[in-house]
Design a protein around this ligand. Structure first.
Ligand code: SF4
Length: 182
C-alpha cells in the first residue's frame, strides 16, 4: 500500500470519536523514503485548520531545531499518534491513539521504514515504547519490535519552559548522529 492510499483512508476515517471534532485529518507530511520520522501527540488548532502537521508556534520551533541540527525539514516525515484534533486540545485517550496507531501509524512506519523515529513528548513516548519519565529518558534510544526510537521533549514544552531548549537541541543532534553513522 502507498502512503497516499493510506492518507485517503484516514481522510474518511470514523473509527474513533476524534472524527467528530476534526476539521481536517492531519495524516503527516514528508518523503516516503525519509530516514527520520518525528511523531508528536496530536494536531492542534492550526494543524486542524490546514491539515498539515506542526505548523503553529511549536512547529516553527521544530523547524528551527531541525535546521540547527544541520537537517532540512523536507527530508523528515512528521506525523502524530492521532490524526484528528481532540476537542480543546485535550490529550488523546488510550482507545483513540491505540486505534489510530493500529490503523495508520504502524502502516506509515512500515511503508517509510525510517532508520530512527523521534518521539516528541510523553504521549508519543508512552504510546510507542511504554516509557513515561521523559526527564530521565530524553535523548536515549530504544529498540522496540525491531524499530529504533529516541525520546525527545515536545517543542511545545520547550516553548513553555525555555530551560528545556538546550536539551532539546542536544537531543536533535543525537537524533541526526543516528543516521550519520548508518
Ligand atoms: S484519530 Fe485516527 S482513528 Fe480516530 S478518527 Fe481520526 S484517523 Fe480515525
Amino acid at each position: 500500500m502507498k502512503l497516499q492510499e493510506l492518507c485517503n483512508q484516514a481522510n474518511n476515517c470514523n473509527q474513533c470519536p476524534l472524527n467528530e471534532s476534526r476539521t481536517h485529518t492531519v495524516f503527516g507530511e514528508g518523503p516516503e523514503n525519509a530516514k527520520i520520522m518525528l511523531i508528536g501527540e496530536a494536531p492542534g488548532r492550526n494543524e486542524d485548520e490546514t491539515g498539515r502537521p506542526f505548523i503553529g508556534s511549536s512547529g516553527k520551533l521544530l523547524s528551527e531545531l531541525i535546521q540547527d541540527a544541520g537537517m532540512d525539514r523536507s527530508q523528515i516525515y512528521i506525523t502524530s499518534i492521532v490524526k484528528c484534533r481532540p476537542e480543546n486540545n485535550r490529550k488523546p485517550r488510550k482507545a483513540e491513539y491505540s486505534t489510530c496507531i493500529r490503523l495508520f501509524l504502524k502502516k506509515q512506519i512500515e511503508i517509510i521504514n525510517p532508520d530512527i523515529i523521534g518521539l516528541l513528548g510523553n504521549s508519543a513516548i508512552y504510546a510507542l515504547i511504554g516509557e513515561s519519565n521523559i526527564k530521565k529518558i530524553h535523548g536515549q534510544t530504544y529498540q522496540v519490535d525491531g524499530r529504533k526510537y529516541m525520546a525527545l521533549f515536545h517543542p511545545a514544552a520547550a516553548l513553555y519552559s525555555r530551560k528545556l531548549l538546550p536539551q532539546l537541541k542536544e537531543d536533535m543532534l543525537k537524533l541526526k548522529k543516528n543516521i550519520d553513522h548508518n
